[in-house]
Design a protein around this ligand. Structure first.
Ligand code: SF4
Ligand code: SF4
Ligand code: SF4
Length: 161
């Protein structure tokens, strides 16, 4: 059994930092060791943002929609993958890349309009398009700002990655 787990870990360990797994997944577990790839979370997700990633393991795709933190994925999963639901769901935050239209001098605030927690603000400067700032403490990592961005400039990343 440990041999299987070791080989699964080798195959999929690069996902630990790259792929965003489900909310409330324990950071202390190796996701690919415990997930049975049963797809129940994929079927349960109310915004359909859980997709089959490398090796058939579920991962989040914010280009589809946001996480509403409905907890349906947690409810249907039979494996000991999740921590106390009173804790924050994950340690991921939004990051704006240079291809953001505002950095090209174009007035765009689509991400700000999508953010329910007002984590995105824009700094006015004379003669330039306002530039976005993300308050990492206010960002819940919901991903609602990702899909509306016309230049696909927002990446959700693990804080510790
Ligand atoms: S419900 Fe749990 S075990 Fe099944 S695919 Fe999702 S995370 Fe893996
Ligand atoms: S908490 Fe709800 S919306 Fe978020 S990934 Fe799980 S099922 Fe989908
Ligand atoms: S991920 Fe959610 S909370 Fe964070 S900046 Fe984007 S919309 Fe706001």
């Amino acid at each position: 059994m440990s041999t299987i787990n070791q080989s699964r870990r080798r195959l999929f360990s690069r996902n630990k930092n790259d792929a965003i797994r489900l909310p409330w997944v324990k950071s202390s577990v190796e996701f690919t060791d415990l997930c049975t790839r049963c797809d129940k979370c994929i079927e349960a997700c109310e915004t359909q943002i859980i997709i089959k990633g490398d090796g058939g393991f579920p991962q989040i795709d914010f280009s589809i929609d946001e996480c509403t933190f409905c907890q349906k994925c947690v409810d249907v999963c039979k494996e000991p993958l999740f921590e106390d639901l009173n804790n924050v769901p994950w340690q991921i935050t939004a990051n704006i890349q240079e291809k953001c239209m505002a950095y090209q001098g174009i007035w765009c605030q689509s991400c700000k309009d999508a953010c329910d927690t007002s984590a995105i603000s824009f700094t006015l400067s004379i003669g330039k398009a306002p530039l976005p700032n993300i308050d990492k403490d206010a960002c819940t990592g919901c991903g609602a700002c990702v899909a509306p961005c016309p230049s696909n400039a927002i990446l959700l990343k693990n804080v510790e990655a």
